[in-house]
Design a binder for this molecule. Structure first.
Ligand code: EPU
Length: 434
């Protein structure tokens, strides 16, 4: 097994380049299935969720060739299997995008429901509602969703809540359906727009992505293209917080500043200095960090995927901050670990009260999910002494070489092997998330 060993107290300085967005890549890779000819997807992050997505495509019969450091050519024309078995589906939450893509192209799919989940209840009722409106029928037997449609026909889909996954899945299923599909109460995240842009670049007719009404006029054929995934908004936000937590001064490159607006605004309120350029920004700290309140919300609100990182920064700020988590039921699991490092945080339901103590002390901790793991790395960078972070497979699902990028910024962080006490299979992804 591997863990990160972080020796705190080093200011982050220099430059870091952000990778492609995980939550865009894990939808765009399955979307390739819809193409009638091969695609080249660029700016794909090197993370285990991508490795799993590519493996699923290969297991279905697609031919995947790496054509550059972050680029893959995928030929979907040889796909002759239409299922994602439990063994693979359980490793990655986003395996549900194969349902929409297979249904959209072949009118059938068998995908196992993702397994245990560390963020609370994660139903997919809205995904299934959208597929049904488009004309599909499904049965769920022994955890496997078996879905079929004689024909897909456009329809009116109104989501009961704003959901990223169901919005993307509805787009995948509707893009080749006959007639017009209207998705209302759609999610507006940058990765929704990225998926729409990718599909449109292949000949789809999707309008309104990025607003809460998306209109899709079905087309018969999608032709493979070369497409570059957008930069990862959450990776960028995580580095912004890491730089601030170490009172560093660094440039973050390959970003879309507009996607980072809610994060930038909060950090400025806390006292972080930020200067934005076209596709980069400088982040530094010259004033004392001060309390603020954060409420997570769908885009363009403050992203839940940045909640644990900003909470960590607020433990280092002066005053009492309040964090309200509005998306997931169980996204405060990292608080116990931060408390081991001296944080003073009280959680009551979806609200966490953070008394800024101004300091953290290194301790052995465990990453309980992807963003919690990132938060613990930030805590370790800012803490005095040594922090050892176990269960780093969670972090490697979604951050492309995080320790390498941090080392280049001057952090003292190493990945070290240690004897596997319990179940080494865990490393391969029990408890899908992301
Ligand atoms: N929901 C339902 N029914 C559904 C779908 C969602 O009740 O059919 C509820 C969820 O339980 C949740 C809310 O709606 O309370 C929003 O869920 P959403 O569908 O937006 O989440 P997701 O698509 O499963 C994606 C990201 C998450 C991110 C959320 C919110 C991917 C692969 N995952 O999840 O990313 O937290 O959107 O922005 O895109 C991460 O990257 O660390 C991560 C967890």
């Amino acid at each position: 097994m591997e863990k990160f060993v972080v020796k705190g107290g080093h200011r982050l300085t220099g430059e870091v380049v952000i990778s492609g967005a995980k939550n865009a890549a894990v939808a765009i890779l399955p979307a390739v299935i819809l193409a009638d000819t091969p695609c080249v997807i660029e700016n794909v992050p090197s993370i285990s969720d991508v490795t799993i997505s590519l493996r699923i495509l290969e297991e279905m019969g697609a031919v995947v060739t790496q054509v550059g450091k972050d680029a893959y050519r995928i030929d979907p024309t040889t796909i002759d299997k239409f299922c994602v078995p439990y063994e693979t589906a359980r490793k990655m939450r986003a395996s549900y995008y194969f349902l929409g893509a297979l249904l959209g192209k072949f009118h059938k799919a068998r995908v196992s429901m993702p397994g245990g989940c560390p963020l609370g209840d994660r139903p997919i009722d809205q995904h299934l509602k959208a597929f049904t409106i488009l004309g599909a029928n499904y049965v769920i037997d022994k955890g496997v969703i078996d879905i079929k449609a004689d024909k897909l026909t456009g329809g009116q889909i109104f989501f009961d809540m704003v959901t990223v996954g169901a919005t993307m899945n509805a787009m995948l299923a509707a893009v080749k359906a006959e007639g017009l599909t209207v998705i209302e109460n759609a999610a507006k995240e940058p990765h929704i727009v990225d998926l729409a842009n990718f599909l449109n670049s292949m000949g789809a007719n999707i309008m309104g992505a990025g607003t809460d009404v998306i209109k899709i006029r079905g087309v018969e054929h999608l032709i493979g293209t070369t497409y570059s995934v957008i930069p990862d908004q959450i990776e960028a936000g995580t580095f912004m917080v890491a730089i601030a937590a170490t009172k560093g001064d660094a440039i973050i490159k390959n970003i879309i500043p507009k996607h980072l607006e809610s994060i930038t605004k909060k950090l400025e309120k806390i006292g972080v200095s930020i200067e934005q350029y076209d596709d980069s920004m400088r982040v530094w700290v010259e004033n004392p960090l001060v309390k603020t309140n954060v409420k997570t919300a769908p885009h363009p609100g403050f992203p839940t995927d940045m909640q644990s990182q900003i909470a960590t920064l607020l433990t280092l700020a002066q005053g009492t901050s309040i964090i309200t988590e509005n998306i997931w039921d169980q996204r405060f699991a990292y608080v116990d670990e931060l408390r081991r490092m001296g944080a003073d945080i009280t959680v009551n339901g979806k609200v966490a009260l953070i008394e800024g103590t101004g300091k953290l002390v290194g301790a052995p901790v465990k990453a309980c999910d992807l963003r919690a793991g990132a938060a613990l790395i930030i805590a370790g960078l800012a803490a005095t002494g040594v922090t050892e972070i176990e269960d780093i497979h969670h972090i490697e699902r979604g951050y492309d070489c995080m320790e390498g990028k941090l080392r280049a910024l001057g952090a003292d962080i190493e990945k070290v092997e240690f004897p596997d006490k319990e179940d080494s299979k865990k490393k391969d992804g029990d408890g899908a998330e992301g």
